[in-house]
Ligand binder design. Structure first.
Ligand code: DGY
Length: 329
């Protein structure tokens, strides 16, 4: 009988990383798009010491099916799919993939800001559809970015990388709101901490980058959109549920704000009949913050390291709940 740990791999990994896992573990490979994925997962959990993949919801009920589980390795930086208190209570390690995606995600978010301000997707369609027959009419003009104020809600690693682009690339004054002051951002970027309401009323671009937690769910609703300037643009790179999407649609339809650039939604993929898809000036991306070949490979590499360290009894590099080790010490 094999003494190797058993791990479930439910997201497709680079072949060289699969080989590394197979050298060290018995592997149960599952396809998360298979119709019976849920049943297969629930069955496999009975044997699993570890799980690796992106997006699986792990709640108390699922943990009940996994008596041997020692680690859940998320191939994402966000971990709102994991019930961390329940996982921690069971003494299971949870890991994520910070740092390796910071700059790439900041590039995308800044690109989304630019694309929304200058209406790039809309004007690209305009050219391709043969509508460019003379100089464009003023109603297709965009908004300035250079020198405008950017307000960042959630000044973590990615928020700071976005702020750096704004400050040094586009001479943008930075205001931010966060759970705590960021001394680094204040010193390096001259970023000014303010309340959420003040940030909303001062910013030309409001960039939401906070993780989804019980405190940040529906952070942006009717009241908050009403505090923004009519000319301001809202960008969401956090999670869909940080925004009351109906309130966002109302704010856009009623001209409470100028426009929005979105990478995340309450329901993903975004349903085809969603009202946001009817709005030309809204830029909608398919949750691609970290989606470059190099960055996704680095995220997988880190997640595999987290997994293998944990099943081999070594502290993984990106442990979300270090208290599980303290309890064992
Ligand atoms: C992350 O890593 O959290 C990205 O948003 C992908 O889910």
């Amino acid at each position: 009988m094999s003494t190797k740990p058993t791990v479930i791999v439910y997201t497709k990994l680079e072949p060289f990383l699969m080989d590394e896992i197979r050298d060290n573990c018995e592997v149960i490979e599952l396809n998360s798009k298979a119709p019976d994925f849920r049943d297969q997962m629930n069955e496999a959990l009975a044997h699993a010491d570890g799980i690796i993949g992106a997006g699986l919801k792990v709640s108390h009920d699922r943990l009940e099916l996994a008596p041997k589980l020692r680690v859940i390795s998320n191939i994402t930086v966000g971990y709102d799919n994991l019930d961390i208190p329940a996982i921690t209570q069971r003494g299971i390690m949870a890991t994520n993939t910070p740092d390796v995606l910071t700059e790439t995600t900041a590039d995308l978010m800044f690109g989304l800001l630019m694309a929304t301000a200058r209406r790039l997707p809309e004007l690209d369609r305009y050219v391709k559809e043969g509508k460019w027959t003379s100089s464009i009419a003023t109603d297709l003009y965009g908004l300035d970015v250079y020198g405008k104020t950017i307000g960042i809600i959630g000044m973590g690693r990615i928020g700071q990388a976005i702020a750096r682009r704004g400050k040094f690339g586009f001479n943008m004054p930075i205001v931010y709101h966060n759970r705590s002051h960021s001394v680094d951002a204040e010193q390096e970027l001259d970023a000014c901490y303010c309340s959420l309401d003040e940030l909303l009323s001062r910013s030309d671009f409001v960039m939401l980058m906070t993780p989804l937690t019980p405190e940040t769910a529906n952070l942006m609703g009717d009241r908050e959109f009403a505090l923004m300037k009519k000319s301001a643009i809202f960008i969401n790179g956090s999670r869909g549920k940080t925004v009351d999407e109906d309130a966002l649609v109302r704010a856009l339809e009623e001209g409470v704000i100028a426009s929005a650039g979105l990478d995340v939604y309450v329901k993903e993929p975004l349903p085809q009949d969603h009202p946001l898809l009817q709005m030309n000036k809204v830029v909608t991306l398919p949750h691609i913050g970290s989606a470059t070949i190099a960055t996704r490979t680095e995220m997988q590499r880190l997640a595999v390291r987290n997994l293998l360290c944990a099943v081999q009894g070594v502290r993984p590099p990106s442990l979300i709940n270090p208290e599980v080790l303290v309890d064992k010490a």
